[in-house]
Design a protein around this ligand. Structure first.
Ligand SMILES: [Zn+2]
Ligand SMILES: [Zn+2]
Length: 369
């Protein structure tokens, strides 16, 4: 039987904090309508999507400014099992970790840090995420047949994952090694049937020289993941997100969902972004300089007009239990793309291998006779 614990649902009442205008109950953000919906009286309230926070923030001023920190009264909870840190409103208590299901959660002294300016609101509902999961697990031939009937699905939670985006103007001075092809006619002697014969052919050679120059490039919205709670491989598979849907962060969108606190600092994130920009600069120079082979041997880059944004991206996270093991899966809260880990049926693999071997043997007998 499919045991998907009914009494464990819904899981998110802990994070609710916007009151229903009609009955005073706690409302939830509703992905289908992108508004608030009261689970008690069904009253719906629209959320006005605004775009004031799309402005870039000054990176160099971020260090000493106390601006852009969480304005609301928040607390940071940490999971003792996987280390994930969630930012929750002060009146809210977390009783399990959305990332690994553990109930070993404690409040930390940490402040919530820089407040996200923008987010992509959930567009996939919890039910849709569940359907996506069922479809996904059915599609895996090598998963044990039993799994499809008896997996125990854990709570499915909607979490906003923290990201940084960086802009920067760059000025680089480069030294490149340039190779150009030329051809030489080479004559050599071959011996055939005891007779010598002259053969000429074109041989490709490379002439090298060094040159240097300046290169300018502007980078817009280099996206850096600010936490590693979710396996990077899984996260990679549900990307991309359509960043054009970013809207202002609002408390309403968080109702029923949680935000993970960033683990990569603003500064660390920029160091990572610089690495990505540098490889962009390197390939830009390689395209710009004329030559058959262009190798950058020296590059010094100045980064100016650096700005950043702190954004949140929506992910449904859950895990399921099968044969004493836990497997994590995630659904992109914007596009519905799924990825996850799943058990492989040894029996199915062995059976298929044996079948193929028998088939090959029969074919062999047939050809041989
Ligand atoms: Zn109500
Ligand atoms: Zn955890």
């Amino acid at each position: 039987m499919t045991s998907f614990d009914e009494q464990q649902q819904p899981t998110m009442e802990q994070t609710e904090n916007i009151k229903c205008t009609s009955c005073g109950g706690n409302t939830e953000y509703h992905p289908e309508t992108r508004g608030l919906k009261c689970p008690f009286c069904g009253n719906e309230q629209a959320i006005e999507a605004t775009y004031d926070q799309t402005v870039e923030l000054d990176f160099t001023a971020a260090g000493d400014s106390r601006n852009h920190l969480w304005q609301e009264d928040t607390r940071v909870f940490q999971c003792q099992n996987c280390g994930a840190e969630s930012v929750l409103q002060a009146n809210v208590v977390a009783d399990f970790c959305s990332f690994c299901g553990s109930s070993h959660i404690s409040i930390t002294e940490k402040d919530a840090g820089i407040q996200p300016g923008l987010l992509i609101p959930f567009q996939i509902s919890q039910d849709q995420a569940l359907d996506k999961f069922k479809e996904w697990i059915k599609g895996h031939f090598f998963a044990p047949t039993e799994l499809k009937k008896t997996y125990r699905l854990h709570k499915i939670s909607g979490a906003y994952l923290p990201y940084w985006t960086y802009d920067s103007q760059t000025y680089s001075h480069y030294v490149v090694r340039v190779g150009n092809y030329y051809y030489e006619t080479v004559t050599h002697t071959v011996y055939e049937d005891g007779k010598a014969r002259q053969v000429t052919e074109q041989v490709q050679k490379i002439r090298w020289h060094q040159e240097s120059g300046n290169y300018e490039q502007f980078f817009d919205d280099v996206l850096i993941k600010a936490s590693s709670t979710i396996e990077p491989k899984l996260l990679q598979k549900v990307q991309p997100f359509q960043l054009s849907s970013l809207t202002d962060y609002k408390l309403e969108y968080m109702s029923g969902f949680l935000a993970e606190r960033y683990q990569t600092s603003l500064q660390q994130g920029f160091t990572e972004a610089q690495g990505m920009m540098k490889s962009g600069i390197t390939s830009g120079i390689e395209r710009k300089v004329a030559g058959d082979i262009v190798q950058v041997v020296n590059l010094s880059t100045e980064f100016t007009d650096i700005t950043y944004k702190h954004i949140l991206l929506p992910i449904w996270i859950s895990s399921f239990h099968f044969n004493e093991k836990v497997y994590q899966f995630i659904v992109n809260g914007q596009t519905g793309k799924v990825s996850g880990n799943y058990p492989i049926s040894v029996m199915k693999v062995v059976f298929l291998t044996i079948s193929v071997l028998i088939l090959l043997f029969i074919v062999y007998l047939f050809i041989d006779s």
